[in-house]
Design a protein around this ligand. Sequence first.
Ligand code: BGP
Length: 471
Amino acid sequence: MEHKAYTSFDSGFLWGAATASFQVEGAVKEDGKGLSVIDVMPKNPAITDFSVAADHYHHIEEDVALMAEMGLKVYRFSIAWTRIFPKGNGEVNQAGVDFYNRLIDALIKHQIEPLVTIYHFDYPQSLVEQYGGWISRESIEDYRAYAEFLFKTYGDRVKYWLTINEQDHVVRIPSRLGLTGEDHYEQLRLGYQANHHMCVATALTIKTFHELGMEGKIGPAVSYSMVHPASSHPDDILASKDAMLIKHNYLMDLHCHGEYSYSFQRYLEERNFTPAIEDGDLELMKKYPPTMLGVNYYFSEAVRAFPATEEFPIGYQKKSLLPEAEAGVFEVVKNENLAATDWGWEIDPVGLRLTLRELYDRYKLPMIITENGIGAYDKLEDEDIVRDDYRISYLREHIKQVKLAINDGVPMLGYCAWSFMDLVSGRNGMEKRYGFVYINREDFDFKDMRRIKKDSFYWYQKVIASNGEDL
Ligand code: BGP
């Protein structure tokens, strides 16, 4: 809807940018760090691994100085669990603790609010070896204890906490659970068990957060985006609702309402995916919901109905990282109304406003955008220039929609672009860049790791200085 008058961003709006430990830090074996599932997963010979990344581990002073120059109000980063507890539990590694103390102190010195992700994909490999990791119930207490340690160690300076990043991706990407093997359906079954444990672990962690009397807010960072019906045909509309359920809402319903919704229960039962649930688990989730939500948003999708056939019976899935087609439910199709990135992600700024509205309608929590950005083949030109006007335009259009969502009445705490600096993409190495700051390295040539401000750096600096007026 349009409004008669529009308000500006609140003066305390948190303008920020984000990264994740394994994608920026490098130094994967330094100063006592233990191995994570990311460090041991099979390498793709065509792209770089995460062992050096943006070498942030050795550049934190310089990187934080750049954040300060840009005017960031908040910096979202994740703590590498295995720097703190190399084995995931047991002994603490003081060198790892000190590293994040230095980072947090540097941020505070520059009046940049730290927004800490407790766990962003880099699960301790030792926990997989000890008891199978997230698929075992033992994982719950180890996560909670790790989070409690962080609260006690950094909670005097950190007010905003994200529990688990994109749990739905962890559930569906076997290597991130430390799973091996080829049986897609068995991996999904285990994934839903892991999902349940992660939800209980999140609730227990939020309980600990309250018991310790922590100030500030806590909640998951969820990958959540609208799934549009490809047409106004009622079958397609049903397909879009079902896709929203099995991609996004199933998890939010657990986190925020402590329930497996009636339709998701049916979905799990029919596929033999129902996890073991102990008495009290759902009550715990109900009692300790998040107090804020982090929202990762890159694109929207369009779907149409995918009727089951003999060839594609109910439950058949096109095996892919994330659900793209499931017989009897939905199939992702191209949205002819939208342009896409070089990696085929459909660019939908209005979809962000719709997403925020949908989340607030359903879960009534204040939100912060924890990731939003465009991956592109940036080109470094002579005199250290990177003309990333496509990034400026992507971010501008999305920020406009955040403002409109605020005008619709959605409480927004802030906006973190992905990413502050170039980092190793989750699946595409260094060639898919997201940062405001260019890191001078390629997949297999580390060059000099020089930090170079892109055009978007100067643009975002003005956006922040004008509190979102000068877009
Ligand atoms: C999200 C992750 C990030 C980041 C981002 C971009 O799913 O939380 O860690 O990787 O996606 O994805 P990619 O790097 O695959 O382009």
